[in-house]
Design a protein around this ligand. Structure first.
Ligand code: GLV
Ligand code: GLV
Length: 322
């Protein structure tokens, strides 16, 4: 008899097929369908395994009402949406999807950096508008990227993948992280510095820390004031790492030059007024959003579930028990 799985969201088709072949699904959500509290309680009450997303808070209450649950497979690398301590206490394995989304997220970080530096969204709007009068020497001038200093806070897998791409732009990398990392052979331009130095010296500052109690509001008005007025802030990590109200004020007042944001403090809400600023580029949390990566993330969830339901250790454990 197939085991019962609850998925909070519709997943890409090859993943749905793999799940349908092996398991009984509590329900099949539609695209963009957000589960209600009742949906979730029903799902958790029946399931031996759950696949959830970064937009689904998994609380101790939900876990307490899940008597058969063995594993929560988070369809994301960041797992701040899950009460991992509660899961661990209840013997429930939590897994995530690292590695498969590292390059896509690093690529999107660069897309944001380039877009905000070279005013790509404004330019696209102008080109489409029928109002562009033709080339002119002083038109829509942006700022240089090549040769500037890239600051990175959080030098894990994604931070390092972003730093590697800086080679092509001949950008020295200053980074703050708990531990210095060893750059790949031949790379001599990664320098480990205290966070204050990185804030003060970066022309582009990119955030790659996980969200935790220590990184919540890591960037607030004090930190923004330390940055160069010509600097740009890029965030593809988690929204609450930035105090979004402070960022809005800094952008409006010219404390920094601009920002490229993929994540927000209260998704899907975005601080009022940000959308009206010309010096920001705003994306709807697309870091891992490629067809290939979203399939790989799903297949990793399936692998982790298969392992745990067969009594084997998961491939990507977040807690160590269960
Ligand atoms: C996306 O934000 C992820 O954590 O996978
Ligand atoms: C995510 O995988 C990271 O370590 O940055």
């Amino acid at each position: 008899q197939p085991k019962t799985i609850y998925i909070t969201r519709l997943l890409p088709e090859p993943v749905m097929t793999a799940l349908r072949e092996r398991y009984a699904l509590v329900s099949e959500p539609l695209e963009n369908q957000i589960p209600t509290g009742d949906d979730q309680r029903r799902g958790f009450a029946q399931a031996e395994a759950v696949i959830c997303t970064l937009a689904d808070p998994i609380t101790d209450d939900l876990l307490a009402a899940a008597p058969r649950l063995k594993i929560v497979a988070n369809y994301a690398v960041g797992y701040n949406n899950i009460d991992v301590a509660a899961a661990t206490r209840r013997g429930i394995v939590v897994t995530n999807t690292p590695d498969v989304l590292t390059d896509a997220t690093a690529d999107l970080t660069w897309a944001l950096l380039l877009a905000v530096a070279r005013r790509m969204v404004e330019g696209d709007q102008w080109a489409r508008s029928g109002q562009w009068p033709g080339w002119a020497p002083t038109q829509m001038l942006g700022t240089d990227v090549t040769g500037k200093t890239l600051g990175i806070i959080g030098m894990g897998r994604i931070g390092q993948a972003v730093a590697l791409r800086a080679q092509g732009f001949r950008m020295p990398v200053l980074y703050a992280s708990r531990r210095p990392c060893s750059p790949p052979p031949g790379v001599s331009t990664w320098v480990h510095r205290p966070i204050e130095d990185v804030l003060e010296q970066a022309d582009f500052l990119s955030l790659h820390v996980p969200l935790s109690d220590t990184t919540r509001h890591l960037i607030g008005s004090r930190e923004l004031a330390m940055m160069k007025p010509t600097a740009f802030l890029i965030n593809t990590s988690r929204g609450p790492v930035i105090d979004e109200a402070a960022l809005f004020a800094a952008l409006r007042e010219g404390t920094i030059a601009g920002a490229g944001l993929d994540v927000y403090e209260r998704e899907p809400l975005i601080t009022d007024g940000l959308e009206a600023l010309p010096n920001v580029v705003l994306l709807p949390h697309l870091g891992s959003a490629t067809q290939q990566v979203r399939i790989k993330m799903g297949m990793l969830c399936v692998e982790n579930i298969a392992a745990v339901l067969a009594g084997r250790p998961p491939v990507n454990p977040v807690n160590r028990q269960g």
